[in-house]
Write a protein that binds this ligand. Structure first.
Ligand SMILES: [Zn+2]
Length: 227
């Protein structure tokens, strides 16, 4: 379990760090982590996910500035996934599940914070997935085509980033499982959207969808709800 927890949190931390890059180069992937605010290189013992955030009371050690809550939320979620993976079986094989869930967690945190997604993370995720996991090319082309037609017809109903994320999932997730992810995503988003409207009465408010896709992937993969 300890290995699962360390692996999930460190890999998420790495992906999230890459997602903040404005430009991507191979050299940057191997550079040491830097403080977001003063760019000072961080010592290795300050890079322990969750623990470093708590010990530093949510502040950077170098320049004493507040760290964004997204680091803590993402790393803690990755730790919970690592623990769940030890205790429960998943429908997908472990490599596919870990890749998808950590990439979606990274995209979900970005969507929550910026209402956008870093495209280079999807490109890296597709390359890693094609190398490491089984993939379904014909299904990917069909579903991606249908999703893009839907987007062209109903542009206001869904963001293009969400279409890209569903298309990405369709490359690695079998169609029946993907259908469950669709259903759970829109059920959860519908409930939260309705609650948000009841509380704020703001029709214009945009709801980030990728956190719901992430939750739907976790719920359907761990088979918490029997389908
Ligand atoms: Zn600093």
């Amino acid at each position: 379990m300890i290995i699962n927890v360390i692996f999930c949190s460190v890999l998420f931390s790495f992906l999230y760090q890459i997602s903040t890059f404005s430009t991507l180069s191979i050299r940057r992937l191997f550079k040491r982590s830097q403080c977001d605010l003063c760019q000072k290189v961080l010592p290795l013992y300050r890079l322990i996910p969750v623990v470093s955030y708590i010990l530093q009371c949510g502040r950077t050690h170098c320049c004493k500035q507040p760290l964004h809550y997204s680091y803590f939320v993402g790393e803690l979620t990755a730790v919970v996934i690592g623990i769940c993976l030890y205790h429960f079986d998943v429908i997908l094989d472990d490599t596919t599940f870990l890749l998808l869930v950590l990439v979606l967690l990274t995209l979900a945190i970005n969507d929550l914070v910026t209402l956008s997604i870093p495209l280079h993370i999807i490109v890296i995720a597709v390359i890693c997935g094609v190398v490491l996991a089984p993939f379904y090319l014909p299904q990917f082309f069909i579903i991606t085509f249908v999703l893009h037609c839907f987007f062209l017809l109903f542009k206001d109903a869904i963001g293009y980033g969400d279409i890209l994320v569903f298309s990405y999932l369709s490359l690695f997730v079998p169609a029946p499982h993907l259908l469950h992810i669709f259903m759970i995503t829109f059920i959860l988003a519908g409930i939260i959207g309705l609650l948000h409207w009841l509380i704020h009465r703001n029709v214009q408010a945009k709801l980030p969808l990728i956190p719901f896709i992430f939750l739907a992937l976790v719920i359907t993969s761990f088979n918490i709800i029997p389908f």
